[in-house]
Design a binder for this molecule. Structure first.
Ligand SMILES: [Zn+2]
Ligand SMILES: [Zn+2]
Ligand SMILES: [Zn+2]
Length: 282
């Protein structure tokens, strides 16, 4: 089973460039330094049988769906409910229409679903009078693997300050954002993962996110073949940081696709090598 993870966004909560910032990364003309809010699209299988699972609904989801040529999904996996990960929930109506107005199935921790129901009460209100909104079929998970549109997803709990965030493992690929600590019990659940996307906010330690050194150490502890970092702030300039990193580790960037092929090989498709424009303007 081929599993691809496409970076819809690789930036921290403010996005890069950050409003009002004069730093050189925010003013870089290199498209790889333009970062929408962090999200990936899992593409499992290929062609007609491809299953698309979206991770999080960022405030940038409209742009992310347009530039990824994404018009429908088979499910939505929620990591946690900080605004940069879920405030695009309303804009999923485009994907709901594209999917033939079948409710979008959303999977989340119980506390995340409760939080979404408070923030987006109208979406979960069956009697809401305005009909032009997304329809959601809400499901919860805890520790056990669950089936999302026929795909087995293993939730991986990680620590994000005082809250838990869900990472997701599908086959031997995993996506983990917004964490300062991956507990040993979760490292165990990640054993055998070959391809990982992991939070690495900046160089210096941070109370709720991984620093670059800590992220490298965590990826090594899991024993992955390749790791790509996400949720990156303006401390990390794409090209110069990538030159410092070991061969098996790289900063992710928007529109990058990384895949674990059926034969076990990892393939990396740069945003400008598949005919699509780089994300230079928004
Ligand atoms: Zn975040
Ligand atoms: Zn900046
Ligand atoms: Zn967060």
């Amino acid at each position: 089973m081929r599993v691809e993870m496409e970076f819809l966004g690789s930036g921290t909560s403010s996005g890069i460039p950050t409003i009002g910032c004069d730093c050189w990364v925010c003013h870089s003309t290199n498209p790889r330094n333009k970062r929408l809010r962090s999200s990936v699209l899992f593409r499992i299988g290929a062609g007609e049988n491809e299953t698309r699972l979206l991770v999080d609904a960022t405030p940038d989801i409209r742009l992310q769906a347009l530039r990824a040529d994404l018009s429908s999904i088979h499910g939505l996996l929620i990591t946690h409910t900080h605004a940069d990960h879920c405030h695009g929930l309303d804009d999923l109506r485009g994907l709901y229409w594209g999917g033939g107005r079948e409710p979008i199935t959303l999977w989340a921790y119980p506390e995340s679903l409760a939080s979404l129901k408070r923030t987006f009460a109208y979406i979960f209100d069956a009697d809401y009078e305005y009909k032009g909104i997304v329809k959601i079929d809400a499901q919860v998970f805890e520790h056990e693997p669950f089936e999302a549109a026929g795909v087995t997803v293993q939730p991986i709990p990680v620590v994000h300050g005082n809250m838990r965030v869900a990472g997701f493992r599908i086959g031997d690929c995993a996506y983990i954002t917004d964490t300062n600590e991956v507990p040993d019990s979760s490292i165990e659940k990640l054993k055998g993962v070959k391809l990982l996307i992991l939070d690495a906010l900046r160089r210096a330690p941070h109370p709720t996110h991984m620093s670059l050194p800590k992220a490298l150490e965590t990826a090594e502890k899991i024993g992955v073949e390749r790791v790509f970092f996400t949720h990156i702030n303006h401390d990390l300039e794409h090209e110069s940081v990538n030159k410092e990193l070991p061969e098996w580790a790289r900063l992710g960037c928007d529109m990058l696709k990384v895949a674990l092929e059926e034969d076990g090989k990892i393939t990396v498709t740069e945003p400008d090598s598949n005919g699509r424009p780089l994300p230079i303007a928004f």
